[in-house]
Design a binder for this molecule. Structure first.
Ligand SMILES: O=C(O)CCC(=O)C(=O)O
Length: 276
């Protein structure tokens, strides 16, 4: 059985997650896990996994690099996902009796990266539907909102809207097949939204709903920004493949039919379940 979270959220943190769609949990993950992810980031930048988004060296400087779905081949990521406590954190925030791992997402922003992470909502990118789906984004380096920590539109998880995904690097790709409403241009009219952001230290977690609209600025600080986000499927998550969704997992990975909960332990392992 996976280990229990060393830092479970307080009742107040759970209430904040439910109300705002996001909560900052300082000191959620041990330094040893963080160090392993930093070493992994070094390796990935040189020899990336199969599912990479990479702006490469930008016109100005810097690089926004993301690599996802590593857990099946990278013991570091598997351990992080299943033993660091992030699964317990996700389950507690969602109020779910169990959570299954959908995928992991390593995110690196080199200093001098002009590219922001565009404002977006995660759920339309993913072949799942349900309210109890979230990410646990763990900072592996210090960062402030000014140099690319995450920002959210507070309460946007309750808007009941489903926005078109777009590619992070602006290149054409699998998101192009989606037809739907554009995400609002939060950046152009920040004062119209209740934007909240979190300065973070290594080991801090930001837990957020897959329905929450979020983004991050470029990194004009002096250090590399590294985070590992794991994505968790709670009690009401169902299989929902659709045009324009993430191709890392497909119908071949599950015995579920659309609309059904997934129970494929090898592809979507249980990270946490209520004891007994
Ligand atoms: O780290 C970032 O800049 C973006 C992270 C993000 O959008 C996510 O984890 O869903």
């Amino acid at each position: 059985m996976p280990e229990r979270s060393p830092v479970l959220p307080t009742d107040e943190q759970v209430a904040t997650f439910q109300e705002d769609g996001v909560v900052h949990v300082p000191g959620a993950v041990d330094a040893a896990f963080v160090d392993e992810v930093l070493a992994l980031a070094d390796r990935q930048l040189v020899e990336p996994g199969p599912w990479v988004t990479d702006t490469g060296a930008e016109a100005v400087a810097g690089r926004l690099f993301t690599s996802r779905y590593l857990w099946r081949d990278e013991p570091v990521v598997r351990r992080f996902a299943l033993e660091s406590g992030v699964a317990g954190l996700a389950a507690a925030c969602l109020g779910s009796s169990s959570v299954r791992l959908y995928f992991d997402h390593l995110l690196v922003k080199e200093p001098g990266t002009a590219s922001p992470t565009p404002w977006h909502q995660d759920i339309p990118y993913w072949p799942f539907l349900g309210r109890s789906i979230c990410s646990v984004w763990v900072a592996c380096t210090s960062s402030t909102v000014a140099d690319s920590s995450l920002e959210f539109v507070r309460g946007s998880h309750r808007w009941d809207r489903y926005f078109a995904p777009s590619s992070f690097d602006g290149e054409p790709g699998w998101t192009d097949d989606f037809e739907g409403e554009e995400v609002p241009d939060v950046e152009a009219d920040r004062a119209a939204y209740d934007v909240v952001g979190f300065d973070v230290e290594p080991g801090d977690a930001i837990v957020f709903s897959a329905w929450a609209v979020h983004g991050a600025r470029g990194n004009d600080g002096t250090g590399r920004r590294v985070a590992l986000s794991t994505r968790w499927l709670g009690d009401d998550a169902v299989w929902h493949p659709h045009p324009g969704c993430d191709p890392t997992v497909t119908q071949a990975d599950t015995t579920a039919v659309p609309g059904q909960y997934l129970a494929d332990d090898d592809r979507f392992p249980v990270g946490w379940s209520v004891p007994g």
